[in-house]
Design a protein around this ligand. Sequence first.
Ligand SMILES: [Zn+2]
Ligand SMILES: [Zn+2]
Length: 317
Amino acid sequence: MLIDAGNNEDSSSVKNYISNQGITKLDYVIGTHPHEDHIGGMDYIINSFKIGKIYMPKATANTKTFRDVVSAIKGKGLKVMAPVVGQTFKVGNATATILAPNSSGYEDLNNFSIVIRLTFGSNSFMFDGDVVDVSENEMLSKGLNISADVLKVGHHGSSSSTTQAFLNKVNPKYAVISCGKNNSYGHPHKSTMNKLKSKGIKVYRTDENGTIVATSDGNNITFNTKSGSYNYAGIGSSASSNSSASSGSSKTRNVPVVVPKSSNNSKIVYYTPSGKSYHFDKNCSTLSRSKTILTGTLREVLSSSHNDHCNVCAEGN
Ligand SMILES: [Zn+2]
Ligand SMILES: [Zn+2]
């Protein structure tokens, strides 16, 4: 089973990693939600392996990335399965259970994320995609079994995910966070790291540890690397912070909250006079209708009213 396939530019590293395990067929492919950092490499993966079943939520994105995935699926004559909460399937001797999404519509595409709980012997894993508090609360109020030894932390450790109630219920020993080194999104967030730290949960994070492999024999889980730190984005630097970021219950999209000094604040970005978003790509499809396109540095727009990063050309991360 493959859950997500990274950015477009990660296509061959994901493919090579799977090939190097001697795998030629993926029985299950899960595209948690249509953001580029999750399904970017999916078309390449679909075209590179024999594929069993593909699960994707009933959500679309108006991006080339999404269209590429859809045409790869069609090109192979495959059909997308919609996730049904409570449905289980076998992955070898392990059992996967679908726990989310629990609603048919959300404001934030991230909440459409398919959540999988995988059990093997007495071990369990929660793969949370990019769920934020809305979906976490639904899983809690439905009383679903979300306990796990390992939690793949939702939405790259952002502040809008991993509520205290959710974390208490999952009650993991280990947490895994996927986040880019010195990313401009403020991942992982201070509030998430502090929650993990105060519960003594060991954290493994791709920005510090690189590829993380957790191996279960049904009783014990071992990792290929030492655990990482509880450092959060912007720590140790005079990071400029965005005031809207401090609210832990923020339901907004993935607004870059803290920009570490080491990230490229002088990067040129594009925006329109009335638009709230800024764009890394001058040719972003959402800019195509605008007569006036302004430019500025990332540092400038983050302290302006255009401080919301575009979900199309930045595609959500
Ligand atoms: Zn996302
Ligand atoms: Zn993401």
